[in-house]
Design a protein around this ligand. Structure first.
Ligand code: DAH
Length: 418
């Protein structure tokens, strides 16, 4: 048999005067049984919970035979042991109509106390791991774990805690589905930084300094950048388009990429605006890309994503980095393009039968000029680009009427996608 005083633990758990360890347990003042002022189920529950917690703590502090005797006597001694006090202060003092219920609680307490005292003794008497495995030294952690499971305040027979596994956020789900559509067409995923320079967010995308097109982007600038040249100043990217240039700097044509990511704008939050939102960008560059390729690719992608019955429509627009530029609409997948739902007007498409989904266009030759040295000579290559808001698409797809719900983290809302 191993020595009754397990190594590592017993000495350090005793205080300087050699007092039994349980007096040092987390509870500084030793537990005492208090009188019950009311005998309701709740009061009984609270009183016994307090007792069980003290019992568990004191049992875990037992490190050797001497500790155990003190522990046993404190709880079991006929004269003034905790159980005797429980009998006096809880059961005997109880009014007749509460006796039955208090009696049951006291019985449970008795059982638990006996079990803990026996458990502590079993542990002390357990054959040593060191004896069962000669030459093996039990570590303090192993001993602690063994002690904890055997007599500690953990009841290993209770069922475990169920941790919910969670679910994909609707914006992430939408993004992944859209990205997948383009991956199937041979696009690869590219990403870039959220804190961006003025050069990548604006200048290289053909927004010259002070050009009014910058005003449409409600930019959030990083403070304290004035000392730097304008193109080096930092900001929160207002769109995922800077990743077009960043990727073209690294990879030579032909190129087909899809770019998911977060972007920021100085928009006050409301039902359709959030200062942080998500975009999905695309770029295809090769030696002979035409507007027909743009239309065919996006029409196919929308049919894959929304269903084969949607139609697409392209309307002229302006972006500094594409020429010509367009906005693409899809026929309303909620009302089927009729603008009405039964006798009601269709709200998502504002009764037009069309929903604006993205901006797109042919890459402006001025953009290629910035990456000309990496094989993007504007006389030799052409390409198309597009960008869409993932949150907006998720709102429409799932019939959510407030973008704020996506970012408040209320699990009652998010659980609907589990
Ligand atoms: N970056 C634009 C925005 O955030 C969206 C966009 C439009 C991206 C046209 C493109 C594009 O790549 O070709 O408003």
């Amino acid at each position: 048999m191993r020595s009754k005083s397990p190594p590592c633990l017993s000495e350090e758990r005793r205080d300087k005067d050699g007092a039994p360890a349980f007096q040092l347990a987390a509870r500084n003042v030793a537990y005492t049984v208090s009188k019950l002022t009311d005998y309701s189920a709740g009061a009984l529950e609270r009183a016994s919970a307090e007792l069980f917690s003290a019992l568990g703590e004191e049992a875990s502090a037992v490190k050797n035979e001497a500790d155990w005797k003190v522990f046993r006597d404190r709880w079991m001694a006929r004269k003034n042991g905790v159980l005797t006090q429980v009998n006096e202060l809880w059961l005997k003092a109880a009014p007749r109509e509460a006796k039955r219920e208090v009696g049951q609680v006291v019985n449970r307490v008795k059982e638990q106390v006996e079990q803990k005292i026996k458990g502590a003794k079993d542990w002390l008497d357990a054959p040593s791991l060191e004896i069962m495995h000669p030459g093996y030294t039990v570590s303090a952690e192993e001993l602690e774990k063994y002690r904890f499971e055997k007599i500690g305040s953990v009841d290993i027979t209770l069922p475990g805690i169920r941790r919910p596994i969670g679910a994909e956020h609707p914006v992430v789900k939408t993004t992944n589905e859209m990205v997948r559509v383009f991956q199937k067409l041979g696009y690869s995923v590219a990403e870039g930084p959220v804190v961006e320079t003025d050069y990548y967010n604006f200048e290289s995308l053909n927004f010259p300094p002070n050009h009014p097109a910058r005003d449409t982007q409600d930019t959030l600038f990083i403070a304290g950048q004035q000392a730097k040249p304008q193109r080096e100043r930092l900001l929160l990217r207002t769109h995922t388009s800077p990743v077009q240039i960043r990727t073209m700097e690294k990879m030579r044509p032909p190129l087909r990429i899809v770019i998911p990511g977060t972007v920021h704008r100085n928009d006050p939050p409301d039902a359709s605006h959030s200062p942080m939102f998500h975009q999905i960008e695309g770029l295809a560059v090769d030696s002979n890309i035409t507007f027909g390729d743009l239309k065919g690719t996006l029409d196919h992608a929308m049919k894959e994503f929304f269903g084969s019955s949607v139609k697409t429509s392209f309307r002229p627009s302006f972006f500094p980095f594409t020429e010509p530029s367009a906005e693409m609409y899809v026929s309303c997948f909620i009302c089927g393009g009729s603008g009405r739902r039964g006798s009601d007007p269709c709200r998502p498409c504002k009764q037009t039968g069309w929903i604006e989904i993205l901006g797109c266009g042919m890459v402006d030759p001025n953009v290629f000029e910035f990456v000309k040295d990496n094989g993007y000579d504007p006389r030799k290559v052409s390409g198309f680009a597009f960008g869409m808001g993932a949150d907006r698409i998720a709102l429409l797809k799932y019939g959510v009427d407030d973008i704020q719900l996506f970012f408040q983290g209320d699990v009652r809302f998010l659980r609907q996608w589990a």
